[in-house]
Design a protein around this ligand. Sequence first.
Ligand SMILES: CC(C)(COP(=O)(O)OP(=O)(O)OC[C@H]1O[C@@H](n2cnc3c(N)ncnc32)[C@H](O)[C@@H]1OP(=O)(O)O)[C@@H](O)C(=O)NCCC(=O)NCCS
Length: 161
Amino acid sequence: MKTFHTEHTHAPETILDITMRDMRADDLPDVLTIERASFPTPWTEGMFLDEMRHPFCYDLVGIVEGRIVGYISFAIVFDEIHLRNIAVSEDRRRCGVASKLLLCMIEVSSQMGVRYGTLEVRESNKAALELYKRFGFVVKGARPYYYSDTGETALIMWADF
Ligand SMILES: CC(C)(COP(=O)(O)OP(=O)(O)OC[C@H]1O[C@@H](n2cnc3c(N)ncnc32)[C@H](O)[C@@H]1OP(=O)(O)O)[C@@H](O)C(=O)NCCC(=O)NCCS
């Protein structure tokens, strides 16, 4: 699986004005700046490094004018994709960056024969909920107190691709 990942994303792919490529260790200072501004309990550097080493995990960055403006992390296991993380720099939100990252995820997924997508999202995260609905995800369940930092409920979303 990872072989395909490498082939697909090491040749930088430009979708409109955003270049997508694999996340690298030297991207982490920029990625962590976005991550820490985006989440109450941000992923650590070690978590991103573990993710990048994992054979089932895919981590892509979106670059505009030479700067990392967002990233996405997902895992593919058999015919299912799990969206694990996505964030966009605050000054680049509402410009379609997350949509491009999700499109890239779906493109990779379709080439891998993925049929289903799943993710968890905080109940209060209206921006993410709206974004995911646009991509065909629907709420299929809830996990109360899922997020230990705030005790918030996670909504479980599901998509049939
Ligand atoms: C959620 C997030 C990734 C969206 O990124 P983005 O690049 O701004 O999203 P896009 O510009 O591609 O938006 C696509 C659509 O999603 C919806 N959307 C995005 N942000 C929204 C907001 N703040 N309020 C309502 N709808 C929103 C809209 O339908 C939007 O289309 P429109 O702009 O034509 O109305 C971004 O707000 C972010 O990084 N948030 C912090 C991290 C986070 O919550 N990640 C998700 C964890 S589950």
